[in-house]
Design a protein around this ligand. Structure first.
Ligand code: ADP
Length: 557
């Protein structure tokens, strides 16, 4: 049984069947302990990781020290038909030019007639020029059920599908098609906080790209789940090598040798991520204790324009090859750092009366959660029970904690007020904060039955850090918000229009300023927020310098 220095209990994770093994591996390596429902009380865990979604009840019963790896309602962008609908809506609201990164798509069978209209029009107006389409089942992944067609007579489907314009001029490396798997972590939707990981995967097709053979999935699809069965998977392919994956770092060095404006490309990809996630902001209920890891699939065409193919829920975390090990282990470790358990775990540590005498955890003295939140053998469910029997207007809470870290403490600042140094994340320092404890008694708000939900929300929001998020956590780079204006506009009811406006302003400035060294220095300082609370880093280059510096360097070339 793992036990930490000073008698503090390890952090605890719960994995639902089917959750990736690499998550378990990384957490155990970091000294976490796996939840054991026979031994531990129901709420005695910090992180619950599932590949599938959580139940409504899981969100309702969440305790302040707990985190779930999914936000609710993510299908709004991860189901192909929902994403297509949102993209269309945003094109209408904010102009097709801003959302031109998403290939035109039709949801069939509903939009069959509409598709037929476009298909016929293309055929008659562009005589002789071929148009290609890709058909994908709306709720399948890993390339399952996908096929390409040129002639509508080959479009046969028996479930809900999207038919999307096929990008016929992908950027090729030695004739092989590839796409980028970009890992994005949405720390919160309200306010919107987005981190993009510097590492990622480049996924190759294993047969050379050839429009004359639409049936060859090994030539047109870049899914590993398909290509690992390709005849040429193990062959040492020209420049690409064996297998079908590169790390993003390797791709970065490839890109560096091309005559291309790398920084603009990375910036465009980061814009795609922000503009796509913005579409989900109004649909995702605020859930402060959740975070989401998404896999964005981006295809770059021969003119270096990035296209969004889809957004993956629970992106594959299996370790199929050495590249996977490098990328995915680092990714999971950075996610754990991003969740920052430094503060929140103190509630669990102090609130739990551990039943197991075999464990020598530091037993908190005098800390009693209010009846409604007091962990009992039946855990969360019994919370409702004790509340219904509680009619006192105020419940007394005796707290033995480090004053500086306790949001309940009458004199302490709320956690939200605490300001973490930027670009700096303290890991697992929870234990240190327990050392010098003092006791104090204070009152909690009354806990009538009808107030249960709002009380839980209140407690959970007290554990939320409302200060500006750190710009970098491991290899995760904060890409949104990127200045004070976007930070303000994304609070509470997000002002999507204002955010889109800021994204547009930044893009225009960056695009027009690329070759004007002096103006860049000045403008990037004003527009991106250098000098205010934000110290934005540019996602994409490996060790990102300050944005202003990288543009100066670029324009100096
Ligand atoms: P899945 O969820 O089944 O992986 P995707 O939408 O990611 O479905 O498509 C699978 C693969 O097909 C992509 O990785 C890419 O290689 C290719 N692909 C998908 N859509 C397009 C498109 N519009 N143009 C070109 N290639 C595409």
């Amino acid at each position: 049984m793992a036990e930490r220095e000073g008698g503090f209990a390890p952090l605890v994770f719960r994995l639902h069947g089917g959750a990736p093994q690499v998550v378990r591996e990384v957490l155990l390596e970091r000294g976490w302990e796996e939840y054991d429902e026979e031994e531990q009380e129901e709420g005695d865990w910090n992180l619950y990781w599932r590949s599938s979604g959580f139940r409504k009840l899981d969100y309702e019963n969440i305790l302040p020290w707990q985190r779930l790896n999914h936000h609710p309602k993510m299908s709004q962008i991860t189901r192909k038909d929902c994403l297509a609908r949102h993209m269309r809506r945003m094109k209408i609201a904010f102009g097709a030019a801003l959302y031109d990164f998403s290939p035109a798509a039709f949801i069939l069978p509903n939009e069959h007639t509409k598709f037929l209209g476009v298909y016929t029009k293309n055929r008659t107006t562009d005589r002789g020029k071929s148009h290609y389409w890709i058909c994908k089942p709306v709720d399948l992944s890993r390339g399952r059920g996908i096929f390409l067609f040129e002639d509508i007579k080959d479009l046969v489907y028996d479930s809900s599908v999207i038919v999307q314009r096929y990008i016929t001029n992908p950027l090729l490396i030695s004739g092989y098609k590839f796409d980028l798997r970009i890992y994005v972590c949405v720390k919160s939707f309200s306010p919107l906080v987005i981190y993009m990981h510097q590492e990622g995967l480049v996924r190759f097709a294993t047969e050379k790209f050839n429009l004359a053979s639409l049936d060859s999935l090994y030539s047109h699809l870049t899914n590993t789940s398909i290509n690992k069965f390709g005849m040429r998977y193990d062959t040492d392919k020209e420049r690409v090598g064996r297998g079908c994956k590169w790390t993003m770092s390797r791709f970065r060095s490839f890109l560096h040798k091309q005559d291309v404006n790398e920084l603009l490309l990375w910036h465009r990809i980061s814009n795609i991520v922000t503009l796509t996630l913005l579409t989900a902001v109004p649909c995702v209920p605020s859930s402060p204790n959740c975070l989401e890891l998404l896999g964005f699939d981006i295809l770059i065409d021969a003119s270096y324009k990035p296209w969004l193919l889809e957004v993956n829920y629970s992106p594959a975390l299996s370790l199929d090859c050495p590249v996977d090990v490098t990328v995915k282990k680092g990714l999971i470790s950075d996610i754990i750092d991003l969740m920052n358990y430094r503060m929140i775990d103190s509630f669990r540590q102090k609130g739990y009366h551990r039943k197991r005498s075999s464990r020598r955890y530091l037993r908190p003295e005098g800390f009693l959660l209010p009846k409604s939140l007091h962990a009992t053998p039946s855990g969360c469910k019994s919370r409702n029970h004790s509340i219904s029997s509680s009619s006192s207007s105020q419940d007394t809470l005796l707290c033995s904690v480090n004053n500086a870290n306790c949001p309940f403490h009458a004199n302490s600042k709320s956690i939200g007020d605490e300001k973490a140094p930027q670009n700096f994340v303290e890991i697992d320092s929870t234990r240190q904060s327990h050392r010098n404890t003092t006791s104090t008694i204070f009152k909690l708000p009354s806990l009538h039955v009808h107030k249960l939900k709002s009380t839980a929300v209140q407690l959970n929001s007290m554990t939320q850090d409302k200060s500006v998020p750190p710009c970098r956590v491991g290899d995760f780079i904060l890409t949104f918000p990127f200045n004070e204006a976007t930070w303000k506009a994304s609070q509470d009811q997000a002002d999507v229009k204002a955010i889109v406006n800021e994204v547009q302003k930044l893009t225009t400035r960056l695009a027009t300023s690329f070759n004007e060294k002096e103006r860049i220095k000045m403008e990037s300082r004003q527009s991106i927020g250098v000098g205010d609370k934000f110290e934005p880093l540019l996602w994409g280059p490996k060790d990102p310098p300050l944005l202003s510096e990288c543009f100066s360097l670029n324009s100096a070339k």
